[in-house]
Design a binder for this molecule. Sequence first.
Ligand code: NIG
Ligand code: FE
Length: 418
Amino acid sequence: MNQQPTDQTALNSADHIWHNANLVTLSSAGPYGVINNAAIAVKDGRISYIGELAKDELPAEVAHTDMNQRWITPGLIDCHTHIVFGGNRANEFEQRLTGVSYEEIARQGGGILSTVRATRAASHDQLLNSSMKRVQSLLDEGVTTLEIKSGYGLSTESELKMLQVADTIAQTVPANIHKTFLGAHALPPEFAGRADDYIDHICQEMLPAVAESGLASCVDAFCENIGFNYGQVKKLFQHAEKAGLNVKLHAEQLSDQRGAELAAEFGALSADHLEFVTEAGVKALAAGSTAAVLLPGAFYYLRETQLPPIDLFRQHDVPMVLATDANPGSSPGTSLLLMLNMACTLFRMTPEEALRGITINAAKALGIADTHGSLEVGKVADFAFWDIESPAELSYAFGQNPCVGVVKNGVTVMERAR
Ligand code: NIG
Ligand code: FE
């Protein structure tokens, strides 16, 4: 790292300085953008100083914390979750172990629709209580931003109920919550056999109600044989665009539907899953600045064998992102750190790619890379403290949680002895 001149003014006016730390900035050239023996300072919730700092350069009058060589990364970002839902699907897990496939269970009226029944039956508070436990697991691992989708209501009323629960979570926890309307997740029983009619219903009634409520900033859909086809998603996206909402897409999870191409055409923030994407789809993502969100939890849990084309994403410079996909059917897990390990072991991503996938690239997938996702002066002061000896350790181990602290908007919101 080049030694930058110490910005003494920024240090003197800081609200707090964390020093004697190792920073994983993920911003500059060089592995992980590491700065050793460094300090990070905040002022009014933003990062005001980053750089090497000798102990005698520390302004004694500013509140400070000696990090004792601990590591600091940007706050983690989980950009794809279905973390609000009723019930669970342990029974379907057992069914799948006797040889029934995920798709077969869905076609028999189980799968997403079984969670729809449980979610419709649950009250706002019941959903809140069950979801908060899962959200808390994410926060315990240093997550400071997460996305939450609707999609288990599939009626205006119950989709809004889910989004209101997500909104209550946003008001309760020290994390930014990005809310996504996923009305086109599955065909509700009221519209059985009438997918086109349901898409019209979403476009004419549900989407306007959601847009009016201000409870979602993005529209997602499940583009799949057991979901909605290219033409149906295109229609939905046209209406989302008119309503001024961003789009993203569950694309190419189980088969190629040219969902990546469609997502890119609409300037989607991300296309997610992508095991079955073709090179044409990858090129379209590259041209459209659409991030590739990879979900190793779902890949693992569904025992998928088709790998997402990691080398093509590398070749075409498509930002690779990782997320938990936390949901009751295909990825009932709430550990973003475990996704790092799975991305390396299952997808052969490097630990650095994996870490970028839950920080700076995840910020790109949420359209917030200007303010979040890396440690840079001017960005929002969201960061996590780690009891590790190198950044690769975050991917290397699983089932451990080395997170020892979290700062959100410049304020310490979690401290943990280890
Ligand atoms: O991302 N693919 C569609 N949606 C979820 C699964 C939802 C469910 O099975 O409940 C996913 O894998
Ligand atoms: Fe999903």
